[in-house]
Write a protein that binds this ligand. Structure first.
Ligand code: AMP
Ligand code: MG
Length: 317
């Protein structure tokens, strides 16, 4: 089937209340008509996602944000002008028409315009905003290829649109712009520094499991089955003796210790490249039934912040 035919079919499925996995520049999403609570309920069911974890609504035109939110504060307007389409999600006060299941009963809603031709065409043809979390089982790594989706959810979704590997490879940055001083709820594809250069200083949300303003910001998330260890140093690897160990290296390791498998995120130490390969690399290590994965820390600037956030949550036990 041609691309246009597949998109046509996918849009039809969304209009009829079905669920479709589709590529975005961040990760693959599992989408349903945001205004169809029953269709959205199926997403939660398939992902085994708790109902307290709200979804992001995806739109194809910046002006469509008005169908979803009550008002757009000036700072939000500046951010939308600068970063959409792109990996920035803004949280704003929701319109009453947005179903509670999408927002987990919150008075606010998360919305973004993805930067991917297939995603945009799908939303446009379906002619409705699409609510979509990542297309994986709850708690596991987000999918960055159509195969990742097929492996985990294959027979439970109505259609998988294949757009190849995701360019960014990390989820969107989520920023609440409800109060005068915006709050970073999740670091992601748009670096915090770039956001602050547009709207000034931003507060950081505390990552608390029970903090109601930031549901879904669970300490353990984006995690493989194999335990990931982030706090380690080469001089003290006694705990690895007799175990099968994988190394998730940021750059080409200088010192080739005896690892059973090594994944290098970016030979030249480039954040964008590292982000784009992060989840695939962890999945490959996870498939080897290793005892442990040692992950190398990356500097916490730019995209490094989001990479470290994911590694911390993946390694939290
Ligand atoms: P996901 O689509 O799985 O990458 O994650 C969506 C995340 O967005 C949720 O887990 C929340 O942390 C966040 N989110 C969505 N809606 C809201 C909201 N109304 N207020 C605060 N955070 C939200
Ligand atoms: Mg997710």
């Amino acid at each position: 089937m041609k691309d246009s035919e597949v998109i046509h079919r996918a849009a039809e499925i969304i209009r009829e209340g079905g669920i479709v996995a589709f590529p975005t520049e961040t990760v693959y999403g599992l989408g349903a008509n945001a205004f169809d609570p029953l269709a959205v309920a199926r997403i939660f069911e398939v992902k085994r996602r708790p109902l307290f974890d709200p979804l992001i609504i995806h739109i194809a035109r910046p002006s469509d944000v008005r169908k979803i939110v009550l008002k757009i504060p000036t700072k939000a307007k500046h951010l939308i002008d600068r970063f959409w389409p792109g990996p920035l999600t803004v949280v704003l006060l929701k319109r009453p028409e947005v179903p509670d299941i999408v927002t987990a009963g919150l008075p606010t809603v998360a919305v973004r315009m993805p930067d991917h031709p297939l995603a945009l065409r799908l939303i446009e043809e379906a002619d409705c905003p699409i609510a979509a979390p990542s297309a994986n089982l709850f708690g596991y790594l987000s999918p960055t290829t159509a195969d990742h989706v097929r492996d985990q959810l294959g027979d439970q979704v109505d259609l998988i649109l294949d757009g190849g590997p995701c360019e960014v490879g990390l989820e969107s940055t989520i920023l609440s712009v409800v109060e005068e001083r915006p709050v970073l709820l999740r670091p992601g594809g748009v670096p915090l520094e770039e956001i602050e250069s547009i709207i000034g200083e931003v507060d950081r949300a505390l990552v608390e499991e029970d903090k109601p303003t930031a549901p879904g910001m669970l300490r353990r998330h984006y995690a493989p089955r194999t335990p990931i260890v982030l706090d380690w140093c080469e001089d003290n690897l006694d705990f690895c003796r007799g175990k099968r160990i994988g190394l998730l290296a940021f750059q080409e390791p200088k010192n080739f210790l005896k690892f059973d498998q090594i994944e290098v995120l970016s030979k030249k130490g480039d954040f964008r490249e590292a982000a784009a390969s992060l989840f695939s690399a962890i999945r490959r290590l996870d498939a080897l039934n290793l005892d442990l994965i040692l992950a190398e820390a990356v500097p916490e600037v730019g995209l490094g912040r989001a990479i470290m956030d994911r590694l911390r949550r993946a390694s939290h036990t």
